[in-house]
Structure formats: C-alpha cells, structure tokens
Design a protein around this ligand. Structure first.
Ligand code: 26Y
Length: 833
C-alpha cells in the first residue's frame, strides 16, 4: 500500500488508537483513563509490535520458501538505542501514532522518552552493527544478526561530587521489553570443559565429552526496514542452567555444587564487558586474568549457539553439506567471534565426518573478518592453558590449523615458517586476529587508511603469505534514518521540501543530498538552515536543564566531543585546549573580550571502569568546568559541560545541536570513527586529525570545509622514538602547554595532586603526541573561531558538508559487503496490510 510516498501499513488514526487502547486493557490490564506516560509507551509499543510481527512473519516465510543465500552478522555488541520512534518511522506510522496518542491525551515526545535504551554495546563497533541491521532490512537483504541477550547492558555512569566516574548496573529489562520474542522452543546445549579424545581411526576425529552443559535460549528482536515490509531478525542468546541444576553433581549427592553450577550457567549472559580497546585492565595490581574465563565462555557460548542454529536452518533446507558456503556467509565483527572458526571445523569433522581438507575449504569460504583496531593493547590473545581447560577440542583444532599453515608454508618454500605460528609467547597465547585472518575468505578494515595499516602492520606477514587480494576496505557508514530523519526531524523536512523529492527517496539514496549544493547560495535557505540549528541548540539546552538543572546559553558556538574516553582519542588535548583558552580570556581587557567568539564546550563519554587514566581525565574535565563556569571574568565567553551517562539517545540530542565536533585521535589510531559522519550529516563541521574516516569525509566535502591539524601517520613512530631517546622538556618544546600543565599541578582546579599521573603521561613518554600536536591544535581552534564569526560563510560550509555526505550511508557500506564479500542478493518481500 503506497501512501505519502511510503509503503506503509494501511491503518488510520482511529485504528491506531483502537489498537493502543486494546493493549492498555488486555495486555497491560489497566484503564485508559488513569494511564501514565510509561503505560502509554508500553501500549503504543505493543501496538507497533503487532505491525512489525506481520512483516517479520512474511519476511521469514519468504526466506524459507525462496532459500536465498543468507549472511549472518556475528557481533558481541548491538548498540540499538530506543526502538519505538525508529520502528514507527520505518513503518511510515509516526504521524498516525502521534495523532493517536494525542487523542488519548499524551504527547508523543514524552511517550518516546519513556523507553530505556537497549545499550548492548560499548561504542562504535556495537553501534555500527545496529546501523548495518537497519540498512540490511531497508535494502531487503537476507541478513540476520546474532548476539547475546545481556541482562545488564553498558553500565550507567554517575559523576560523584568530586567529579569521579561511578558505575551503576543497567537493568534495562526490568520494565519488560516489548521488542523481543522469547523462543523457548529454540534451544541448544553448549558444552564447556570436559575431555577431548582423539579417535585412533586415522580420520582425525575426536569425541568431546563430560564437563558442563549450558542451555542457550533464543530471543528474537524484529528489525524493520525503512519503507519496506522487509523485517529481519536479530537473534540474541540467553544462558540458562540446563535443567535448573547440574545432574552430575546432583547424582553425586552434591546439592551445593549443583546450585553453584546453575549460578554459573546464567552468569554467562549476565553482563556486557565494559572494556573497549583493552583486553585486560591497564595499570592495575590485581591479576589481569581476573574475569577472563567468563569472557571466553561468553564468546564460545554465543558462537556455538549461533553456528548450531545456522547449521540447523541449512540442513532443514535439505542441501548437501558441501554447499554450505553457497548458502551461508558469516561476518565476524572483530575477533570476538573467532572461535566460530574452530567450532565449524569441529562440527564438520567430528559430527559431519568430513576430512580436514574438506572442512577447511568450507570454513575458509564461509567466514569474513572485519578488523576494527590496530592498537596493540586491543588485540585479543587467549592463553593456551585457559582454552585447553574450557574448550579442549578447540585447542587441538587450533594447533592443527597452525601446524597445517606451517606445512603449507614449508611446501611453498616460504623460509619464515613463524608466519602462521599464531600460537606463541610465554606463556603461550593464541593471537585471535591471526586465526580470524587465516580462517576467513576476506579480511577488511573500516576506512581507507585503517585498511592500509592492517595490511602493513598487524597482518603484514599474512599479506605476503596469502596475497593482497584477500585484503580489502569497506569504509563504515551510518543509517540516515536514525541519524538524520529521526534525530533531526526539522532538518529532514527542510531537505525534503528543498529537494522536491519524497523523503523515502533521498533517505534510501543519500547521494541525492547533493541537490542541496546550489541552495548554499540562497540567503533565505541559509536563514532556514541556521534557524533549525538554533532550535536544535535550544532543544539540547532544554534537555540539559530538565535532566541536570543547568542553564546553558544558546547564543554561542556549540563545540562537542562525545565518544569513549581513551588516551588515543585525546580528550586530554581538548581539555588542555579549553584551559589554555580560559587563561587567555582571563588576560584580556573588556574591549578585547567583546571580539571573542563565545563557546560552549561539551564532553560526554564513559571510561572503562578499570581505566585509571581515562577516569582521571573525566575528573579533570568536571573540575575545570566547575571553575570556569563560576568565573565571572570568563563565563560569558566560555562554558564547559561534562554530560553524564552518554548513550545513543543522548547522542541523538547532542549531534543535531553541534556547530563543530572534535575527532582528534593521534594519527593512525582511530580506525574510522562513525560519529564524525553523524555530525557532518547534520551540518556540523569537523575539527580533526588526518585519521580514520576524517580523511574520506574531507575528500567528499572538500578540505576547505573541514579543520585539520596535527602530525600525519608516517611521522608518529619517529616522534615516539624521539620522546624516548631525545626527550625535550615541555618548557622548551611547548611553553603554552607547560603553563597549562603547571596550573593544573598548582591546584587551580583543585584535586590536591590527583592529576599528576595523568599529567605525567604527557610529561614522560607522551605516547599519544599531545606535546607535538598542541600548537597546531590551538592554531586551528583559532581558525575555527575566525571562520564562525563570518556567519553566512559558516552556514554555507554547513550546507555543503551535509550535501556531500552521501557516501557515508550505511546502505552503501552494507551493499559493498553484500556484493563483494557475501555474494547475497535482495529478496523482495510482498507487502501485507
Ligand atoms: C577485546 C575487547 C576488549 C574489545 C571490545 C570492544 C575490543 C574493542 C572493542 C570495541 C572497539 C570499537 O568500538 N572500535 C571502533 O569501531 C568503530 C566501528 O568500526 C570504528 O569506527 C572506531 O574507529 C573503532 O574504534
């Protein structure tokens, strides 16, 4: 059914209200006349879910009938955010629901605010998975996601009176989750520990037995495509004790042991690990293996359940096992699901009776591996004794893969047979990136520069061994549905009106935004463009006032850095720049101050709970904010806020309000970045280093529309070497920076010496090159000020930026995966209604 240019569910407002009221009475067992916002949200969600279910069923039925090749996206993280608004927009029902809830006496925005974020991810990698699901469904591609149903998502961040980050659990499932369908009939038994006995029949097969068995239960989350009935599935696994208790312990009369075992079974999917970029706790005296076994169990539990499910579906289609790669492609989102490689080998050899070579051919045509980082501390390594204990059969297979690689090398007369010795070190560890690489059909990075670095650094040996054609690049993307239409409805409406094409057309072909270019010259259009930015600033200010009670001025430039707190992302550089600006303001006469560009600087982001330096950075920001915001000399010109508990929903308010955003990682460290794309799509300009996808954004929007600074990637290694062997005191190298550091040390921002360890990272090895980039950073900030003072020119830049962001739609990215890697095709889904 076509309506307003959208293939919507055919439903009028009356039908919507009827359905909502029906759910109030029958599903919630409440009365419509004394309903609160939460009740209204729940009823509206259940009503939208009814529509999704129809489409979901049609889609899955079509797949089962047509048996297309399917792709599976294995990710330990899916950072979905809220669902109601997105589902209504994708279904084309937003307006009708807005009317409908209004007729019932509710305001749609308040209703939407009731939903808790599904925050099953840390940051970029998890949000990318969510954007890719949206794009797959929107383009009718048969793609399912597989992940874990964590009982607790990423922790809630609180800020103590001293400015310290505190972590509280995120019990997101407490108010019931209308978006998931429990599939209590879809379950698998997952084994841990026990013994693996090789059969001596010359087949290489083994029997794995004993140990602990845990039950995996499926929960399905519906993923609606935009402007299509196509509705994909995200299947999340929950762990449960197999029969409520461990039978072996029970038989032995060990009641306590049995109860303990059931505790450990549900522990597997209890909590999302809050680390990104550090596989173990840095700078900690407690043992680094603490908690590691549970993470390994998470990874195996999830990959084994997903593979068993994929295998069952494949077999139900009645195909021969040799055809597996013709019907199944599996994308590994980083190394976290790498155990899927030995697990599929195990299934094919031990259960399906294939030979090693037959199995290896299938495996290496099924898997695809995406790398998301080249930082050494983020590369996963698992100790051999740990794998041997938890997964004895998989350790045998990993050894065999390693040995086979070496035999192959020797036969190819490659002299350095260390290349594939990815089981190495003392104690021995398995380097998962190497295993993922050798077991996959293709390996890709997430932006041009990053993909280049993958091939020249961490996987260099493999490029020599296996040939460069195995390696590629797929630059990340973002879904324009959530990151423009949903989060910035006014801008979306202005774009539709201006392009004179239906919204559903440009939202599915984002390059159409280029049609905005000529309007940069149109004064009236510029006025509308900047009025929308202004209202988005007011919306943010309102949000901050109602949630934190702070009054923010909106007649200033909004300067935003929001992302995980990490040394490589250099929030430190930003806060040091703010302090520098503060002292510069303090020195100015009232006359001089009048010419100053007013700035409001926003930070938000979580630090890994054990990442001491990152937590100190938060503390410094919060305490600098306290001093600056209270100083009558400066507060009119400079305000600083650290907004607690960064989330997808907070990003949706912050991003549309930004004039400029900062993406200032040390060159060569940020694989891609995706929030850079979100800001630019919403007409915010970019201040950044020549790193990750910043480079490609500049290529698209033009270098004159971005603000670049800092050393380039090839210089980084040399500079680090200089720091170590020819150190120059900061007083000499960068006097303005030395002044700032000394003020902090002197206690101007309080703390009584607590910041010393943070400052020492800069004074000592300065691994992330703060001292080298400070001067050009400050100079570039001044260029930004100057550019902003020319209002009309700034708005032109803003329009041109949005206009040239088409490349960064996740539709483009997911199509590259579908065509060049997975070899899957769209399946059109008949529209119900
Ligand atoms: C192994 C474990 C500690 C771990 C867990 C999560 C390691 C890394 C991560 C998450 C990494 C991540 O989010 N990487 C980001 O991926 C984005 C999507 O590709 C990139 O845009 C971004 O540059 C990269 O930092």
């Amino acid at each position: 059914v076509w309506r307003d240019g959208m293939r919507t569910v055919d439903k009028d407002v009356q039908a919507v209200t009827r359905s909502i009221v029906g759910h109030v009475q029958t599903s919630l067992a409440r009365q419509a006349y004394n309903l609160d916002n939460l009740g209204a949200y729940q009823a509206a969600a259940l009503s939208a879910r009814d529509d999704l279910l129809v489409n979901w069923n049609t889609t899955q039925l079509t797949f089962t009938r047509k048996q297309p090749k399917r792709a599976y996206y294995l990710s330990l993280e899916f950072l979905m955010g809220r669902t109601l608004d997105n589902a209504l927009l994708n279904l084309g029902l937003k307006d009708k629901f807005t009317d409908g809830v209004q007729k019932l006496g509710f305001n749609m925005e308040d209703v939407i605010e009731q939903e808790r974020d599904a925050a099953l991810g840390n940051g970029g990698l998890g949000r990318l998975a969510a954007c890719y699901l949206d794009s797959s469904a929107s383009q009718e591609l048969p793609v399912w996601g597989y992940g874990l149903r964590y009982k607790y998502g990423i922790f809630q961040q609180l800020i103590s009176p001293q400015g310290e980050q505190l972590e509280a659990p995120d019990p997101w499932l407490d108010n019931q989750n209308p978006w998931e369908l429990p599939r209590l009939d879809v379950t698998y038994d997952i084994r841990f520990y026990g013994r693996a006995d090789r059969l001596d029949d010359g087949t290489g097969r083994a029997v794995w037995h004993g140990g602990q068995e845990v039950l995996a239960v499926a929960y399905d989350v519906m993923i609606p495509g935009y402007d299509t009935a196509s509705t994909n599935n995200l299947r999340l696994w929950e762990s449960k004790p197999q029969r409520g208790f461990d039978l072996n312990s029970f038989n032995a009369g060990n009641y306590e042991g049995a109860v303990e075992a059931s505790n450990s079974a549900s522990a597997i999917t209890s909590v999302l690990y809050p680390n990104d970029h550090t596989t173990c706790a840095p700078n900690r005296s407690i043992p680094i293996h603490f908690g590691k076994e549970l993470r390994l169990k998470q990874q195996y539990f999830w990959t084994a359940a997903s593979l068993a499910d994929i295998m069952r579906r494949f077999k139900n289609a009645g195909k021969n096992i040799r055809e597996f790669p013709d019907f199944v492609a599996i994308q590994l989102n980083d190394t976290h699901p790498t155990l899927a490689i030995p697990e599929l080998m195990r299934i094919l050899i031990d259960d399906e009776d294939l030979t090693w070579d037959q199995a290896w051919t299938i495996v290496t045509n099924t898997f695809f591996y995406t790398n998301h980082t080249v930082l050494p501390e983020a590369l996963e390594k698992w100790p051999v004794p740990l794998i041997e204990n938890v997964l004895p059969r998989h350790m045998q297979i990993i050894y065999d893969i390693s040995m086979n690689g070496q035999v192959l090398l020797a036969s190819n007369h490659v002299s350095d047979i260390q290349l594939t010795a990815f089981v190495e070190g003392q104690p021995k560890q398995v380097r998962m990136a190497h295993l993922a690489c050798i077991g996959s059909r293709k390996v890709n990075g997430v932006a041009e520069l990053h993909s280049e670095l993958v091939q020249t650094t961490i996987l260099k040996d493999f490029v020599e061994f296996e040939g460069v054609s195995k390696f590629g690049n797929v630059t990340n993307g973002i879904t324009p549905r959530r990151w423009l239409d949903q989060c910035n409805p006014e801008l979306s409406a202005l774009i539709t009106k201006t392009l004179k094409i239906e919204k559903s057309v440009w939202l599915k072909d984002l390059t159409k935004l280029e049609g905005l270019l000529p309007f940069a010259e149109d004064k009236a259009f510029r006025a509308q463009w900047s009025a929308i930015k202004q209202r988005n600033k007011e919306r943010l200010a309102h949000h901050v006032q109602t949630t934190l009670g702070l009054i923010i001025r909106t007649d200033a430039m909004f300067d935003v850095q929001i992302k995980r707190i990490h040394e490589y992302k250099r929030q430190t550089l930003n806060i040091l720049g703010v302090i520098h600006r503060y002292f510069a303001l303090k020195k100015m006469t009232p006359e001089e101050k009048k010419k100053v560009n007013r700035r409001v600087v926003f930070f938000a982001g979580k630090a890994a709970p054990a990442y001491y330096i990152a937590k100190l950075t938060i503390r410094l920001i919060v305490n600098v904010a306290r001093v600056i915001n209270a100083d009558p000399d400066t507060k009119e010109y400079l305000q600083l806020y650290f907004l607690p508990d960064y989330s997808v929903s907070l990003a949706e308010v912050l991003i549309p309000a930004s004039d400029i955003s900062q993406h200032i990682s040390t060159a060569g460290t940020e694989a891609s970045g995706t929030s850079n794309m979100k800001f630019c799509l919403n007409g915010g300009l970019l201040l950044g280093t020549v790193d990750g996808a910043n480079i490609e954004i500049a290529e698209e929007v033009g270098e004159n529309n971005v603000f670049f600074f800092g050393h380039l990637t090839p210089a980084v290694e040399d500079l680090r070497y200089q720091h170590l062997y020819h150190p120059v005191p900061i007083e000499e190298k960068c006097p303005p920076l030395a002044f700032v550091l000394n003020q902090i040390s002197a206690g101007v921002f309080g703390g009584d010496g607590v910041y010393e360890p943070l400052l020492n990272t800069i004074r000592q090895s300065d691994y992330y090159l703060i001292t080298d980039d400070f001067d050009s950073y400050i100079a570039t900030l001044e260029m930004v000020d100057e550019a902003y003072l020319d209002k009309e020119e700034w708005i032109k830049k803003s329009i041109r930026t949005t206009a040239k962001m088409g490349k960064f739609s996740s539709d483009r990215a997911i199509n590259e995966y579908a065509e060049s890697y997975w070899n899957i095709e769209p399946v059109s889904i008949p529209t119900g209604g």
